[in-house]
Design a protein around this ligand. Structure first.
Ligand code: HEM
Length: 431
């Protein structure tokens, strides 16, 4: 009898324990509710109704937790030094060339092909070799355990951000997602840890020469040189770069392809520029990339039209007054590059795709904060130079080989990274 009683009492306690964090979070948020103008919030549910299928308060929390962790990381300062080095890595023209050969199979087919997964696997290959100095060959080996784990985990993170059901730990667990998440993390951790240990051993034994002028170092080598970092610190940094780098680049290149497909006259101008700069020479060099001025404007305009990171989050450390409304210190706020980029006072006819908005004269008329695809301030994107050069390499390879024709419709999904909801459905016409 006592056992049964104990069992009955323990069930609500068990659930209260699971829910406590959620309840605490809601109570904390409600402290600020009444001071902030905007859609009314209901008890317990808060803004869930308003944000359902759009963005969520939970989404904010995920970003805030990540930012908090990063802020406390001891290698934070170091990242800024690494940035320059990451930029001078040899260009990865090989991965982009593989992308072309993978797409070639579908060229001139009467059926449309979604090129989004191809771009994603190429971005993963590029980032893996730049960050870890290793190959996962995602473009060939679609069943590579690391690649599968990264993809599965990304889906779970997105679901976690947009689906309030995922915020209820017992449900998350009961539906089997917790186990799936843990397995993905295990595979990813083991993979990066193995790469780190092997690289460390090779560096220590002299099998791979330490920093030399001949061999440009990858991100992992630079981290391993920092004696203050434990292997776990290094792993966390590597994983951050992997995750911050590959989905964002995928989104950006995908939208550039889509916008080019939808704007054939712009696409032809890019192709003309590529022919002028490359001629018959296949080699991808920094010099050639710097000459692709029109292509650069196209990529910038594409990130204006669809910001790959639609929102960034901050926690206010002091009161902030905007237009006579005070937002109190401690509030979580979202800043939306997506909305800022569509301000008609700054960008007339904002839905129009017009790369000439990024001619030097036009840029000089605007405030620097009118265009923030990589965010702004101290915590802006650390990989932006690296990202921009790789975007160019991928677009140059695709467009030199294919003409893109749009098929169907695709829209930015309201997720932490603006994935095209319907992929990038195009016809590939061989040049
Ligand atoms: C087109 C591609 C990319 C876009 C649009 C993009 C955009 C962003 C944005 C908006 C942030 C948030 C900053 C904030 O909270 O204010 C960010 C952070 C970050 N990005 Fe990128 N990113 C891209 C590619 C990359 C790449 C390729 C890497 C690594 C090689 C990278 C590494 C990072 C890191 C480490 C952070 C966190 C910085 C910090 O917290 O100090 N990103 N990125």
């Amino acid at each position: 009898m006592t056992l049964i009683l104990l069992f009955i009492v323990s069930i609500p306690l068990f659930f209260l324990n699971f829910f406590w964090k959620t309840i605490e979070g809601i109570l904390n948020l409600r402290k600020f509710d009444y001071k902030i103008p905007g859609p009314p919030t209901s008890p317990i549910l808060g803004n869930v109704q308003t944000f359902r299928n759009k963005s969520t308060v939970e989404l904010n929390q995920i970003f805030l937790d990540a930012a908090e962790k990063c802020r406390n990381s001891k290698s934070n300062y170091m990242k800024y030094r690494i940035l320059d080095k990451l930029f001078v890595l040899p260009l990865d023209g090989k991965s982009a060339a593989i992308l072309v050969s993978c797409l070639d199979e579908f060229s001139d087919s009467p059926n449309p092909i979604d090129i989004f997964p191809f771009i994603k696997r190429c971005a993963l290959d590029i980032i893996c070799s730049a960050v870890m100095g290793t190959k996962v060959d995602a473009q060939f080996d679609h069943n590579h355990p690391y690649v599968n784990a990264v993809e599965e985990f990304s889906v779970l993170v997105i679901q976690n951000a947009i689906n309030p059901i995922f915020q209820i730990p017992p449900l998350f667990w009961l539906l089997g997602y917790q186990k799936q998440k843990e397995e993905c993390i295990k595979v990813m951790k083991e993979f990066s840890m193995n790469v780190i240990s092997e690289r460390k051993a090779a560096l220590d034994s002299g099998e791979i020469e330490k920093e030399t002028r001949k061999r440009k170092m990858n991100f992992l080598d630079i981290l391993l040189k920092e004696s203050s970092l434990s292997s776990e610190d290094v792993r966390q940094e590597v994983d951050t770069f992997m995750f911050a780098g590959h989905d964002t680049t995928t989104s950006s290149v995908s939208w550039a392809c889509w916008n080019l497909a939808e704007n054939p006259e712009v696409q032809e101008k890019v192709y003309k520029e590529l022919v002028e700069v490359f001629g018959e020479d296949e080699d991808v060099t920094y010099e050639k990339m710097s000459k692709l001025e029109y292509t650069e404007r196209v990529l910038k305009e594409s990130k204006r039209l669809v910001a790959p990171v639609p929102m960034v989050q901050r926690k206010l450390i002091s009161d902030l007054e905007i237009d006579g409304v005070t937002i109190p210190a401690g509030a979580n706020i979202s800043i939306s590059p997506m909305l800022i980029h569509k301000n008609p006072e700054v960008y007339p006819n904002p839905e129009k795709f017009d790369p000439d908005r990024f001619l030097p004269d036009e840029i000089s008329k605007r405030n620097a904060f009118d265009y923030i695809p990589f965010s702004a301030g101290l915590r802006n994107c650390i990989g932006q130079k690296f990202a921009q050069i790789n975007e160019k390499v991928m677009i140059a390879n695709i467009l030199r080989n294919f003409r893109l024709e749009p098929c169907g419709v695709t829209k930015p999904a309201l997720e932490p990274i603006a994935r095209p909801s319907n992929g990038v459905p195009v016809k590939l016409i061989r040049r």
